[in-house]
Design a protein around this ligand. Structure first.
Ligand SMILES: [Fe+2]
Ligand SMILES: [Fe+2]
Length: 288
């Protein structure tokens, strides 16, 4: 059996005061951070939650992106320090970028994600396949790109084909696919705005469905938990994990992550939530 924890959307942040460093999309992100995000992402939780994560006994981690807020060196340094600590404590992290980690074209040119977190990305880059401890295969898919203004992601036809070849090539029936963006754009209780969607999502979802493998598609980005049975593909379920230490003003929830077990004939998902204390609850995929 393979067990892993899915943690995503950390959004370590730094407020900028220097206008020269905001001569791009970062001006927008910094304004948003000043008004809202800094209150919603208390970074000390990254530290205080470590003890609870350790109590799960699970040492394989899928870190699903958005480590930073505006892809600054300072934010990456905080995120990398935290991931390094996990690695030194005996965890095996698999980290992929979110759209906030490629927030500006300047961050891409500087290869900031690779420089800070490249030591924990899946070997082989994106897309690629790893065999997780315990034997379950996991395919990591590329879905992020920089934008001038929006938060849209992108997966090309060639990348979809590569991911699906890797999925189809697995000997096992159950396969995990890890990405930052959801491929379901709407469902019960949610609808993703155009400016936050993945370009190519429908084609990607159809192609995953056509592989015939039993796929658990693990993503983040929405900052809200959801576990849904795909309405068109019986073999495809979607697990969207909420932001790791997001604490919205007035909300009881202060943190969340998912626990996944891949067994020979079944996949089990548990939702961990922190309010006054942490709780762990078995969840089943919800039908449309
Ligand atoms: Fe995010
Ligand atoms: Fe995101």
């Amino acid at each position: 059996m393979t067990s892993l924890l899915h943690l995503t959307d950390f959004h370590f942040w730094t407020l900028l005061r220097n206008p020269v460093r905001m001569l791009n999309k970062r001006a927008l992100g910094n304004a948003n951070l000043y008004a809202r995000r800094r209150h919603h992402f208390p970074m000390r939780s990254a530290e205080t939650f470590l003890e609870y994560i350790e109590s799960t006994g699970i040492r394989t981690l899928f870190l699903g992106g958005d480590f930073t807020t505006t892809a600054l060196d300072e934010e990456f340094a905080m995120a990398a320090g935290w991931v390094r600590r996990l690695a030194e404590d005996g965890y095996t992290p698999y980290a992929i970028p979110g759209n906030h980690d490629v927030y500006t074209f300047e961050a891409i040119r500087a290869k900031r994600f690779e420089r800070y977190l490249g030591g924990w990305t899946p070997p082989g880059g994106l897309p690629s396949k790893v065999t997780l401890p315990g034997g379950a295969p996991m395919i990591f898919a590329p879905t992020v790109c920089p934008n001038f203004l929006s938060s849209r992601g992108r997966i090309s036809a060639a990348e979809i084909a590569q991911v699906c070849d890797l999925v189809s090539g697995c000997e096992q029936d159950s396969v995990l696919v890890g990405a930052h963006y959801p491929v379901l754009e709407h469902g019960p209780g949610f609808k993703t705005a155009w400016s936050r969607r993945l370009e190519g999502a429908d084609a990607f979802r159809r192609a995953l469905g056509a592989t015939g493998k039993r796929i658990l598609y693990c993503c983040g980005h929405a900052h809200k938990f959801g576990y849904l049975q795909d309405p068109h593909h019986e073999n495809l379920t979607h697990l969207c994990t909420g932001a790791f230490f997001l604490h919205r003003t007035g909300a009881a929830e202060r943190g969340t992550f998912s626990e996944i077990h891949v067994k020979e004939k079944a996949v089990e998902v548990y939702l961990h939530r922190c309010t006054d204390q942490w709780t762990r609850e078995r969840v089943e995929p919800r039908a449309f």
